[in-house]
Ligand binder design. Structure first.
Ligand code: NIG
Ligand code: FE
Length: 420
């Protein structure tokens, strides 16, 4: 017999479980199934789901439970897992939006010392306490919009002191904020101004930093692209990171295809992210080596380019795909996964089912936490969203607003947008 629950959620009109994929991410047709239970219920004890099924069954089984949330007419899903963000940064870049509208490109702005480099200046200036305060607001926004687990990369410090500062901000927030955070070291975001004439020397510094930062990070990521690091440089950094016990990720094919996919496949990265300009042959390589493709369509939307990743080929070839915001001050300033789902559906022609799987269970796989979160199944952490909407297709449909009514994190009600 299951433990007596301390919370029962009943009468869920559509309970989206995403079940059956905790061991292996979903690919191909598996992405069409969101595991709906109509008139569903969830029993929670402490921070975990202890039972899930139909309301009529669970109501009888747990008739003594006094703490009940009635989800009549609501859609209920796992909390979103935002598996790729750069949420710790100083300043903001709304000026770039004005320049972009006038016709400047993101790459022009970056070459002139703007873009990522200007955020590096603003981030270096902030004390750890100010950075914690600023990032907390972003996490509050994420949680209010249904994100219960997030990956955050460093990468706006670009020297040991400031990269460590960012990773410590992540650690403090992971211990104090309801959202669970998976930390990634992205010392190889771009080459900082002071190493412009000698990028390889900066690569040496990144490799040196690895030993100092490894206790604060689960993953090491490299931006392998024309504006950042070559395949050779990326290989050096990632090989050293792997030797120090870090798991690997790569940003590839955002601006130019310089061959990062093959390297990612060779090194066994957990995920390859962006993939906008990837070829069919490279998709095959990623599939063969069990790499997850993290798609970031909010970036294409915000950069006003049409280089959306080739979803159709990815699905046909069986690449497991995840979705994330890439939340950062330059190429995607939003914490809201619901908007990303809308963009994925409208611009990439993703179905709602595919987008929801990609934002929950597959995203959890992309950051190595699918054994704990990403689906609603007995034994998993109770991270749950209640949407005040008629059916799940309403999530991409009613866009630019927050469709989330309540968020439960580790079995505790942490957001109630309905409460005055
Ligand atoms: O994922 N690709 C690299 N980094 C970010 C952009 C960061 C910025 O513009 O500040 C991205 O798009
Ligand atoms: Fe990114």
């Amino acid at each position: 017999m299951n433990k007596k629950p301390d919370l029962l959620i009943i009468n869920c009109k559509e309970l989206l479980t995403m079940r059956g994929a905790s061991k292996k991410p979903k690919a191909g047709q598996q992405l069409d199934d969101v595991g709906v239970i109509h008139d569903g219920a969830i029993a929670i004890c402490e921070e975990r789901i202890t039972d899930i099924g139909e309301t009529k069954t669970l109501k009888v089984r747990y008739k003594d439970c006094s703490s009940i949330i009635d989800a009549s007419g609501k859609v209920v899903s796992p909390g979103f897992v935002d598996c790729h963000t750069h949420a710790v940064f100083g300043g903001s870049r709304e000026r770039e939006l004005v320049e972009k509208i006038k016709g400047e490109t993101y790459l022009d702005i970056l070459k002139q010392g703007g873009g990522i480099l200007s955020t590096v200046c603003d981030t270096r200036k902030l004390s750890i306490d100010k950075l914690i305060k600023k990032t907390k607001k972003h996490l509050d926004n994420m949680l209010a919009h249904g994100t219960t687990t997030v990956e955050i990369k460093s990468g706006y410090g670009l020297d040991l002191e400031n990269e460590l500062k960012i990773l410590k901000v992540i650690k403090v927030l992971n211990e104090t904020h309801p959202i669970d955070i998976v930390p990634t070291f992205l010392g190889a975001h771009v080459v900082p101004e002071e190493y412009k004439t000698n990028p390889d020397q900066y690569v040496n510094l990144v490799i040196y930093m690895l030993s100092e930062v490894k206790e604060y990070a689960k993953y090491c990521d490299v931006f392998c692209d024309s504006v950042a690091f070559t395949v050779e440089q990326s290989k050096r950094i990632l090989t050293e990171a792997k030797e120090r016990g870090l798991s690997l990720k790569m940003h590839i094919n955002e601006f130019k295809n310089i061959g990062g996919a093959r390297l990612g496949a060779d090194l066994g990265v957990v995920s390859a992210d962006h993939l906008d300009l990837i070829t069919d042959g490279e998709i095959d390589e990623l599939v063969k080596t069990n790499v997850i493709g993290v798609l970031l369509p909010g970036v294409n939307f915000y950069l006003m380019n049409n280089n959306y990743a080739p979803l159709k080929s990815m699905l046909e070839k069986g690449l497991p795909i995840a979705l994330a915001t890439d939340f950062n001050p330059g190429t995607c300033p939003t914490e809201n996964m619901q908007i990303i789902i809308t963009i994925a559906c409208l611009e990439m022609k993703m179905s709602t089912e595919q987008a929801l799987n990609a934002s929950t269970i597959n995203a959890a796989h992309a950051i190595g936490v699918a054994n704990e979160v990403g689906s609603l199944e007995a034994g998993k952490i109770a991270d749950i969203i209640l949407f005040d909407i008629p059916d799940y297709n309403y999530i991409p449909y009613h866009f630019g607003v927050n469709n989330v009514e309540k968020v439960i994190k580790r079995g505790r009600l942490v957001v109630d947008n309905n409460r005055g």
